[in-house]
Design a protein around this ligand. Sequence first.
Ligand SMILES: CC(C)(COP(=O)(O)OP(=O)(O)OC[C@H]1O[C@@H](n2cnc3c(N)ncnc32)[C@H](O)[C@@H]1OP(=O)(O)O)[C@@H](O)C(=O)NCCC(=O)NCCS
Length: 212
Amino acid sequence: MTSTFPNISISTERLVLRPFDEDDAPALAEMMNDEQVVAWTSVPHPCTEAHAHEWITRSAPGERTRGRGIVLAVTEFLTQRLVGIVHLKNTDRRIRSSEIAYVIAPWARGEGYASEATLAIAEWLFHDQKFERLELRTAAGNTASQQVAQKIGCISEGVLRNAWIARARTGNGSWTEVRTDVIVWSLLPEDLAGVGEQQADPDGFTSYPDWN
Ligand SMILES: CC(C)(COP(=O)(O)OP(=O)(O)OC[C@H]1O[C@@H](n2cnc3c(N)ncnc32)[C@H](O)[C@@H]1OP(=O)(O)O)[C@@H](O)C(=O)NCCC(=O)NCCS
């Protein structure tokens, strides 16, 4: 088995998941400065365009080339707008397990995009890459992310106590760090039976080995 994921693009009914491009930096920075993203992720705050550029040109490609996972921009097929990010990380190729993290931009929430993107990458991971486990970790108070996990058929496995530091607004409007529990979820290939067919198009997977 090779030690890195291929450089891919995945098409769904409404989305294209593709490698980031330098032109995505302004929209990525805007998306990462959203309140919910600051609260529930470890993105630097404020996230400058320089941070976004560094992520696009170094950190994101490095995840793939170092064998840790893959980072894909989530874009709308019709408008080509950047609407999110999906990140496979902490990949263990021997166990054939990986962990997913996602963000959907505030201008594209409530459309089912997190579910559609996550299901598409899970289908690809299980069917194309023959993985056996996809893990998701949500901070205990992150209701939106837990709804996504439940909607796509993830099973909640338990609680990691004190395992994350979230951020919350203080009375004077600044951010403060808050230690929180984490819920661990997983999706296995058999959990996708029935769900995947409704949401993702397995024929839509497209490989662009010479993308860069
Ligand atoms: C979590 C997040 C990715 C959800 O994105 P989204 O595209 O709006 O989610 P979806 O539209 O796919 O929603 C899936 C389900 O969750 C529910 N949901 C979404 N946001 C919700 C919210 N704020 N509160 C309650 N339920 C919510 C939806 O109603 C939907 O269920 P339904 O189809 O039965 O109505 C988005 O809110 C986000 O980027 N948050 C900040 C970053 C973050 O927390 N990332 C996850 C870290 S683990």
